[in-house]
Design a protein around this ligand. Structure first.
Ligand code: HEC
Length: 218
């Protein structure tokens, strides 16, 4: 039989162990909730303008909607092709939780139509980069925007170069249409199969590795 002294010693030892486990758990939880701050892909300057995102062609590419001028009476609101990218941290978060995280940024790069014919057939083929837009979800920076999404444009057709910074565009100009028509939290995932396939699938899964396709290519 153990002495009372030994028993007290053992109790103190297990209390210590519990305290250490509790401390570790708390610090891990803190880390998880602060994740977006340590790995963020956008910067706001001192005037609350979004600094032009860079490096985004190495993020995760989600799709290319095309709204050419010649299908829009010569004046498409967003001319031509839109290459859309999401920052990799937010893509992982979307895979894990099916949600756009605090700090998510999507970039839409506008590309002109270069040619309407190729050896593969007639169609629309990408020409040159002509514009850049972005949407950012942040409660911290945009507490009053619907869904905490703010939308920006760096396109500067007069000078032919992109603006260095851009202020959030008025909610009615951009955000309202996204709110009313986008499939998932202001993002038009109905046009982005890459995001639909990734939603909630789990961090360690690559949906493109699955051989299953909706229909066979003809
Ligand atoms: C009339 C509706 C409408 C308005 C107004 C609108 N958008 Fe969009 N936006 C869309 C649609 C539809 C898509 C996806 C398909 C596409 O790009 O054509 C989209 C996609 C985007 C994306 C890519 C990320 C996403 O949410 O899918 C960005 C960035 C964007 N728009 C920026 C803007 C900016 C900047 C404005 C304001 C100048 C704006 N939008 C106004 C309909 C709209």
């Amino acid at each position: 039989m153990k002495s009372t002294k030994e028993n007290i010693f053992l109790t103190i030892k297990s209390l210590f162990a519990i305290a250490i486990i509790a401390l570790l758990t708390v610090s891990c939880a803190d880390k998880a909730s602060d994740d977006y701050k340590s790995i963020t892909y956008f910067n706001m300057d001192a005037n609350d303008e979004l600094v032009r995102p860079t490096g985004y062609r190495s993020w995760v590419y989600v799709g290319t909607p095309v709204t050419p001028n010649d299908l829009n009476d010569g004046k498409a609101p967003f001319p031509e092709m839109h290459n859309v990218y999401i920052d990799p941290q937010s893509f992982d978060h979307y895979k894990k939780t099916g949600k756009f995280r605090e700090g998510a940024i999507l970039v839409k790069e506008l590309v002109s139509i270069g040619s309407k014919t190729a050896v593969s057939g007639n169609g629309y083929f990408a020409g040159e980069f002509i514009g850049l837009e972005a949407s950012v979800k942040s409660k911290e920076h945009f507490p009053d925007e619907p869904g905490n999404w703010a939308i920006f444009s760096f396109t500067n057709p007069e000078e032919g170069t992109l603006k260095q910074t851009a202020g959030a565009l008025p909610t009615n100009m951009c955000n309202a249409c996204h709110q009313a028509n986008a499939q998932d939290d202001f993002v038009f995932t109905q046009y982005y199969p890459v995001l639909r396939a990734a939603k909630n699938i789990g961090m360690d899964v690559s949906p493109e590795d699955n051989a299953k396709r909706m229909t066979a290519a003809k």
